[in-house]
Every structure is written in C-alpha cells, then in structure tokens.
Design a protein around this ligand. Sequence first.
Ligand SMILES: *[C@@H]1O[C@H](CO)[C@@H](O)[C@H](O)[C@H]1NC(C)=O
Length: 362
Amino acid sequence: MGQFSKLSVLRRYIDYVPLWNEQLSTAKSKRRWTPGGIAIGLSIFLNVVFLWRWWVGTTPTALDNYQSLNVYSLLDPAVAIPAASSENAVVTSLYTDAFATAVATLGHTINKVNSSASKVMIYLPEKTSPRAVCIASATGWSAYPIARIPPPHPGVQRHFLDQYSKLQLWDLEKIGIKSLVYLDADTLVFQNFDELFSLPYRFAAVPDVFLDDRGFVAGFNAGMLFLRTSREVLKDMVAKIATANYPAEDAEQSFLNHYFGKEALRLPFTYNGNLAIKKRSKAMWADLRESIHVVHYTLVKPFLQGDYAEVPINKLEKNINSKMGKHGGLFADELNDWAEAWAETKEKYGEAFAECEALSSS
Ligand SMILES: *[C@@H]1O[C@H](CO)[C@@H](O)[C@H](O)[C@H]1NC(C)=O
C-alpha cells in the first residue's frame, strides 16, 4: 500500500457521513412537512375519524336499542303520594287563537284523570281574541293574562317568537302557586300525574328526541316542565337571556337548557310522550303507550291546518282525518285518540263554545 492508497482510506473516513446524526434528524423532521407528507397525515387522520364515527353511528344508544326488559311499575306502590294542595297547578299557554281548541281538549283530558291541581292558562291578551280565550278556557282553565317577553336575539324560529313568555311561569308565585306542571297546548293527558307536585327539586323535564342524527339527547324538551315558581328566579333568568351564550333558534327551550342544564331532574319519557319517540323506536313507544301520562303531538298537529293556521270548530273532525296519512300513517292511533278526546270535549262543552263564538274574534 503506497502513500496514495492510505490517503484514499483517509478520504473515505473524511467522506463518512453517519446514517443518523443530529443534523440529519433535524433535516429529516423539516422534510416531514412536505405537501405530500401533510396529505398522507391528513388522510390517515380522516380515516381514523371516519372509522370512529362509523363505529359510534352503528352502536345505538340504549334507547334506540330499546328492549322490553323492565316490567315493574314506574312508581313504588309503597310510597304514598301527598294530598292535594291549592298551591299545585297544571298550567298551559295560549299565544295564538289557532291553539284554542287544543287547549280546551287538553283541559278535558286533565279533568278526566281527576287531577288534584288547579288549571291555569296563561295567555297574551294582545295576541289572542276574547272568542279564543273563551273557547280555550271553557273546560275549566282559569285564564291569566301575562306580559309578553320578546326574544332577546334575532334568529328565533318564527313559530317560537312568543315562547320566551313561558318564563312568566315562574311569576305565578304571585297568585299563590308553588309547584306546577306546565304542558304545551299540543299535548293530551292520559293518566294522573299528581306525584310530580311533591318533587323536592326546583326544575324537572323529559329529555328531548330528534329524528335526525342527534337522536335521543341529554337536553330536555320544554313542552312539559315541572317547576317551583319563584319571582326571584324569573328576575335572574330575564337578566341573563340577552347575554348568555346559546343558539337563538330554539328560543326559551335553548335558554332553559343552558340555565338548568346542570340541575334539571330527568323525568321518565311517559311524562312527555313525544311522537318522535314512536318514529325512532316502535318497541319503546308500544311499552310507553300502555301507561303513558302525556302524549305530545310534535310531528303532527291534529288541530292545525296549513302553516299553523286555525281550524274552525265545525271543520276539526275533517282536519284530523286529513292528517291520518302523515308519516306513512304512523300516527293513526294517536290521531284517533285526539279525535276521541275532541268528540267528548265538543259533546260536553259544545254549548259553551257556541256562546264563545258570539264574542269578538279580534
Ligand atoms: C274520577 O272521578 C270520578 C268521580 O269520582 C270517577 O267516576 C272516575 O272513575 C275517576 N276517574 C279516574 C281516572 O280515576
């Protein structure tokens, strides 16, 4: 080996570049963020998200996966229900003439189950006619005028524009009501719910259910509420409706979910039998129906026509029949229940209705 080849060995050492060193690793990590690398990373990430969503989407909740397992009664028969009190009320609302016959029919069904509570109908005098207030209250509601609470934000769904007035329920402390069950006008009562009035909580409601991807949710539906009245709470809520952060569209229901989300007592579905339950789970509905307390006519309103328009009293039967085919006839039984309740109401209060018709319609 001569001088030359020694030099070439040395050169090989000098040219040596380790397969890994600090410099190289930083160079490599810089190179990771090439457009191609980002595309591959994003693709892996999206695949994981997609697979996770698919898994969640194909794993139904216990409610969508309803099975008839529990055969026991809702209430423990060993626990006595406290006696009736004049401080308890069932309350509904009339914000438009179109709901007058529904309120009357609801009142008749509450009378039939011998509710121990008084019946109060809050109404907006500037939005309803004396004729409609007369028809609605004919089945024994005490009509109580309230001041409208306007929506604090734009973007409220147009059918919910008067719904913030529902907060006035807390104001009924003023007329001696301590404990109340609120029912939207599009509900009917099938069983006595006196047990609710002795709940020690300030607020209770039934979880909501949607037909879309949301399905059964943790939030509640504001069509049926149990609450303890308090003018102080009302003042606090009204002070916060404009500044609290919540979606405007669902009006008071959205606000109440944010105000009471942490403490609302979850009531059994039987107290707010939303027709959407039937659409999601026929098995669950079949079991509920056997002893349901309240049916909430959310997806089909037997007493309305067109876009929330009033149906004249003499056209109501025909109107109910015109709804039978909705949702593929899924709600025929529930519509027949409504028709039957209306027939009884008309039979019993028809004369009162006729007298109301003579009153002013505006
Ligand atoms: C309500 O009371 C009446 C009269 O006392 C009675 O005939 C009827 O059976 C009761 N209805 C229910 C559902 O308890």
